[in-house]
Write a new protein. Structure first.
Length: 253
């Protein structure tokens, strides 16, 4: 437990913030709060100078039965109290290797374009584990390029196991997947759909049935089923719900 605490509390702790850094934001939390009002997802902000939570939305998924005020006050202790031990070890690994990846980015690269996504369990106040997907992206950097504040988004995971760690760069066709056994980032091409597959997926997202999609696209229901199978193969999923979750998680639709 001590190693996990040291990793989470010290790996990216910022020691200095200049006046120039502080000019970056004024009332930025009002924007974050506004976003939290219009999403079902849980939203919170991490401050790496103070090593605390700066804001926690009242969306219930992340709260594990606590109030947002309770979680805000607990800060990192919330993880230590509500994440199972094996997943806490995973979080420590992700934290170390994620910031190692970030530190190696070229200085000319726009580091705010990168985000990391991973799954872990929350056991919560009532000890009922749920697998959540956690996305983190930089909000502010200090003048040395280190992450100062991060925005975190929490939703239900469509996967079955913890892990599934990827780093995405906005606007890029490349992603990096973490091999937790080798402790290495593997570069991959993002999954791509053909135009008709993408159109069918968007219609599924609107709640249309196979027959309704077929009528809308002037094709047979069997053709819709064919394209649906191709979507499942590309994404490596088994049903439409998983396909839609994968597409949302990976910004495909």
């Amino acid at each position: 437990m001590e190693n996990e605490k040291n990793s989470l509390l010290n790996r990216n702790k910022i020691k200095t913030i200049s006046d120039k850094d502080k000019i970056q934001f004024c009332n930025y939390l009002e924007v974050v709060k506004s976003f939290a009002k219009i999403t079902y997802q849980s939203v919170y902000v991490i401050d790496y100078e103070e090593m605390k939570f700066e804001y926690v939305s009242d969306n219930p998924l992340f709260l594990c039965g606590y109030s947002s005020e309770d979680v805000l006050e607990m800060g990192y202790e919330f993880y230590f109290n509500n994440v199972p031990r094996e997943d806490l070890e995973l979080l420590a690994l992700i934290n170390n290797l994620g910031f190692d990846f970030y530190d190696k980015l070229p200085e000319t690269d726009d580091r705010k374009l990168y985000s990391i996504s991973y799954d872990f369990h929350l056991k919560g106040k009532y000890d009922k584990p749920v697998l959540i997907n956690h996305k983190l992206t930089p909000l502010f950097l200090n003048e040395n390029g280190a992450v100062w504040k991060s925005l975190c988004i929490v939703s239900i995971s469509h996967n079955r196991n913890a892990g599934n760690v990827t780093i995405n760069k906005h606007g890029s066709d490349i992603l990096w997947r973490l091999d937790t056994t080798k402790k290495a980032w593997i570069e991959e091409n993002k999954s791509k759909l053909k135009e008709k597959e993408l159109e069918i997926l968007r219609l599924y997202a609107q709640g249309l049935t196979i027959n309704q999609i077929a009528e809308r696209m002037f094709i047979s229901p069997d053709t819709v089923k064919y394209y649906r199978r191709k979507i499942f193969e590309v994404f490596g999923v088994k049903n439409v719900t998983e396909a839609l979750s994968f597409a949302v998680d990976n910004k495909i639709i």
